[in-house]
Design a protein around this ligand. Structure first.
Ligand SMILES: Nc1ncnc2c1ncn2[C@@H]1O[C@H](COP(=O)(O)OP(=O)(O)OP(=O)(O)O)[C@@H](O)[C@H]1O
Ligand SMILES: [Mg+2]
Length: 372
């Protein structure tokens, strides 16, 4: 739709063992990551995991302790911010409240001494794309939050950065607006084929928008992959726990042998794992294991499905409309299951529980790495 904004830069961004220390604290620990041209990548992780520090190094606002940053084959690690062709949008959007939306959008071009006529053309284009045309004359300080948000995006977009760096840009919006803006942002990104690195601690946001997600914890990259990879094949317990809501069930267990079969023994119940035993033995560093099963892969029923069905008691029911979360107790162990909202169960009622064994994860208890 908007001609020259469609131009692709065709260059990837590559972080090579990027590291930032603050005194003894390692905020970003040898981060290696490639973002392809046109890709929407999310940096996801809890507060303090090094997301903002990473973005600031990419933008050139922070000098790395070590490691390099490349755009295509060019090493940009020592370039000043202005020469990097990156656009930054922060959580507290930098709009000038006393200036109109028009002037805010025009700002980046004015400082580059672009002729007025061209500025006008560019402002109109960006305004149209972000649906700001009607409010170009309004002072930014009087805007609604979402309008302010779009103005901040537009201010950055107008300079046509090769890379867009967004640091929790939606965190000030309420839930409804946030979900609208998520859709909008994704639409604009697709339309422009814009490369975006999007920082968030909200896994739902990352899962909704990103082509690939880099999960970080304590400055260390935990896993980098598509939402399917992260969801279905988490590399470790941290990722398994961080992605998905309600979270995966984790149950401490060991592998035991009985009558020629293998079982994952959680004390209060066992599940047969004969065909998984070899893999587990090969990769486990010790005998302590953790079973992981997502709530949607735990089935409940009033009749035992088979000899392996596990007897449980209803501990809690949380109705969520179309679905309910039922927490089952098996001795001291609690397991969550997602059931249709029409499924009614009373507290204390006895139900049978089965795991979808194809979706079972097993983690090494000591390293917390996934065995599968
Ligand atoms: N200028 C600084 N001096 C000292 N320590 C810092 C500095 N900036 C960040 N840190 C520390 O580095 C770590 C990473 O911080 P960073 O801001 O990158 O985290 P974040 O993932 O963006 O967290 P949040 O989700 O809270 O924004 C934190 O422990 C933080 O306290
Ligand atoms: Mg931050």
């Amino acid at each position: 739709m908007v001609g020259d904004y469609m131009e692709r830069y065709g260059k990837s961004l590559r972080l090579d063992k990027l590291r930032k220390e603050f005194g003894t604290l390692v905020a970003v620990n040898d981060l290696t990551l490639e973002v392809k041209s046109g890709e929407f990548v999310s940096l996801l992780g809890p507060s303090g995991c090094g997301k903002t520090t990473t973005l600031n190094m990419i933008a050139g606002l922070l000098t790395p302790t070590s490691g390099r940053i490349y755009v295509g084959d060019t090493d940009i690690t020592d370039l000043p911010p202005i020469q990097r062709n990156v656009g930054l949008v922060f959580q507290n959007y930098a709009v000038f409240g006393h200036m109109t939306v028009y002037e805010n959008l025009a700002f980046g071009l004015r400082v580059r001494k672009v002729p007025d006529e061209e500025i006008r053309r560019e402002v109109m284009k960006v305004a149209e794309m972000l649906e700001l045309t009607e409010i170009l004359g309004v002072k930014a300080g009087r805007l609604r939050l979402d309008e302010m948000q779009r103005t901040a995006l537009g201010r950055s977009m107008i300079t046509k950065p090769a890379f867009f760096l967004l640091d929790e840009p939606l965190s000030n919006l309420d839930a409804g607006l946030r979900s609208t803006m998520r859709v909008e942002l994704k639409r604009i990104q697709r339309e422009l084929q814009q490369t975006i690195i999007y920082v968030t601690h909200d896994q739902i946001e990352a899962m909704a928008m990103a082509d690939r997600i880099a999960v970080m914890n304590f400055g260390v990259l935990q896993q980098y992959g598509s939402r399917e990879q992260l969801y279905n094949h988490p590399a470790n317990k941290f990722v398994a726990n961080f992605i998905g809501s309600p979270t995966m069930n984790f149950i401490d267990c060991t592998l035991i042998e009985k009558n020629g079969k293998s079982y994952l023994d959680a004390s209060d119940f066992q599940v047969e794992a004969t065909n998984l035993a070899d893999t587990i033995r090969k990769h486990a560093t010790g005998s302590e294991l953790i079973m992981g099963i997502r709530p949607e892969d735990v089935y409940v029923s009033r009749q035992a499905k088979g000899a392996d069905s596990i007897q449980s008691e209803v501990f809690m029911v949380e109705p969520l409309g179309a679905k309910s979360i039922v927490t089952l107790s098996i001795g001291k162990i609690l397991v969550k299951s997602i059931v249709p909202g029409t499924f009614k169960a009373d507290l204390g009622e006895r139900l049978w529980m089965d795991f979808n064994m194809d979706k079972l994860h097993v983690f090494d208890s000591k390293t917390e790495q996934a065995i599968f």
